[in-house]
Design a protein around this ligand. Structure first.
Ligand SMILES: Cc1cc2nc3c(=O)[nH]c(=O)nc-3n(C[C@H](O)[C@H](O)[C@H](O)COP(=O)(O)OP(=O)(O)OC[C@H]3O[C@@H](n4cnc5c(N)ncnc54)[C@H](O)[C@@H]3O)c2cc1C
Length: 478
């Protein structure tokens, strides 16, 4: 057995499924200790959901990818991969558009008061007090969890519409886990306190909220560079290779089959790090997993996403990085201004607005052709009064299937069934990342699960399912 200077079994070969943040991080970490890894990626580009799309020299994200983390090891890795001058430190600004008005987000008491007016504000405060006295009985779902912390009136104005746009289901059918992870544990009381306190007392809050790091050419820059480093380490990243089958015996996966550009290929494997969607991993097992496990896998679902990038004159862009659109009269859920993320994404005198639609594969929006989507996006910008339709120069559409793992009522149980099957039948398979674990992981947690899994391959025993379980990690809805 070959060993590295660190005494690790580096002769063993890891097959890594997916060249997104999790897969590339795993490959890079393996390469650093001299290990052997092959990354199989079905797409023709790297970065997964964290790629930067490029069309006619315009660059934009799938969403908008802030680089923020509480995990030092991840932040160190970002700065190891990219040079210091590749990063921008961006001021953050975002607002909610509701009922024809812009509300600061995170909510600020003074601004909310001004927009709502005295009478409505008083009603909101009473509604909040009432929710504190008589909390909603069922807080296991998004509606109960959020209304208990903000009161029913604020919940209806600022959380319900957007959340239902994102998920496409009533907020009572969405598990509270999502709210707990995505909404800062900011009560109305704390919001008022934040507005009153002098800025110096808010250091901890503002450091997360008011600025973030961003690679100057977008998040894809990180993953393109990481890809190059993996190649320099002597390992392989094979694009256009869709993994179709895992052959397992005696409790382990022994080889992986993929469809490559020249036909089917097979790779012997000592361990598998998988960032492909967890249900797809299960469905690709040969011999097939138990009926119960396959049922759990087919019950895990996703919400899909598409963005329409519109080119407009720079002065028609807004100062925000993004605006949440809570208004019901349009389907768009959020609008990014990519020029506010980085001047390197846009061209002289113009900016690129990304109108984000939360969809299901096969629904009307998903099935619409690009021209119809661009027309709709232009019209909706007009309805919102953000940009006059005739000023839009052109547009591009990018579709992203499976952007959000669904947190429905049964998802947790279904994930448990699958985990248990894997530990008994494919113990050398390490599910990592976002869809790979069916968990609402951002880049940092996706990377951390990959980093810890690599250590597990080399003998550690981290429980990666404990990553990103704390409430109050993220500071907002996104
Ligand atoms: C709208 C939106 C906004 C976001 N904003 C932020 C943000 O501000 N900050 C942040 O840190 N994170 C953000 N995220 C989350 C971030 O995009 C993800 O955490 C990250 O991309 C997950 O990395 P991953 O490698 O686990 O998965 P992915 O990025 O999904 O990559 C998985 C890869 O596996 C490949 N694959 C799948 N199946 C197969 C197969 N069978 N064979 C071969 N390859 C396969 C896919 O093509 C893909 O390239 C956002 C996500 C969305 C949707």
């Amino acid at each position: 057995m070959e060993t590295s200077s660190a005494g690790l079994d580096t002769a063993s070969k890891s097959i890594i499924v997916g060249a997104g943040p999790a897969g590339l991080t795993a490959a890079y970490q393996i390469g650093k200790v001299g290990g052997v890894a092959v990354v199989l990626e079905e797409d023709s580009v790297v970065g997964g959901i964290s790629r930067t799309a490029e069309r006619d020299g315009w660059r934009f994200d799938i969403g908008g990818h802030r680089f923020f983390t509480k995990v030092t090891a991840v932040s160190e890795l970002w700065h190891e991969i990219l040079d210091e001058d590749d990063f921008l430190l961006r001021p953050r600004m975002s607002r909610i558009y509701y009922d024809g008005k812009f509300y600061d987000y995170p909510l600020k008491a003074t601004n909310a008061l001004k927009n709502l007016g005295i009478w409505e504000s008083v009603l909101c405060v009473f509604s909040y007090i009432w929710a504190r006295i008589k909390s909603p009985k069922d807080q296991s779902h998004f509606e109960g969890w959020t209304a208990s912390r903000f009161g029913w009136r604020l919940y209806r104005k600022f959380f319900k519409t957007y959340t239902e746009k994102v998920w496409g289901i009533p907020a009572t059918e969405l598990q509270a886990d999502w709210a707990a992870q995505r909404i800062k544990n900011l009560s109305l009381f704390k919001a008022i306190l934040n507005a009153i306190l002098p800025r110096r007392n808010q250091k901890e809050i503002t450091s997360l909220i008011e600025e973030f790091e961003y690679p100057k050419f977008g998040p894809g820059m990180m993953w393109e560079k990481c890809h190059d480093l993996v190649i320099d380490q002597g390992n392989e990243v094979l694009l256009n290779h869709k993994v179709k089958r895992f052959l397992h015996q005696d409790g382990k996966v022994v080889s992986v089959q993929a469809d490559g550009p020249k036909g089917p290929v097979e790779f012997a494997s000592d361990s598998i790090i998988s960032s492909m969607p967890l249900p797809h991993l299960l469905q690709a097992m040969d011999p097939p997993a138990s009926e119960e496990t396959l049922k759990a896998a087919s019950s895990l679902t996703f919400r899909d996403f598409l963005t329409v990038a519109l080119i407009v004159p720079e002065e028609k862009g807004f100062p925000d990085n993004w605006i949440y659109i809570h208004s019901e009269e349009v389907k768009v859920g959020r609008v990014q201004n990519f020029g506010q993320w980085s001047p390197y994404l846009v061209k002289e005198g113009r900016t690129c607005l990304g109108l984000e639609y939360f969809v299901n594969i096969g629904d009307d929006l998903w099935e619409s052709d690009d021209a119809a989507l661009i027309d709709r996006a232009i019209a909706e910008l007009g309805v919102l009064g953000l940009v006059e339709p005739e000023l839009v120069e052109g547009g591009y559409v990018v579709r992203m299937p499976r952007a959000y793992p669904m947190y429905d009522n049964e998802y947790h149980e279904n994930v448990e069934v699958i985990r248990s099957w894997i530990s008994q039948n494919a113990e050398n398979v390490y599910p990592v990342g976002r869809n790979g674990m069916h968990r609402y992981n951002n880049q940092d947690h996706s990377m951390l699960t990959a980093m810890l899994s690599v250590e597990n391959i080399y003998g550690a025993s981290h429980d990666i399912w404990q990553v990103n379980v704390e409430e109050d990690y993220h500071e907002e809805i996104s």
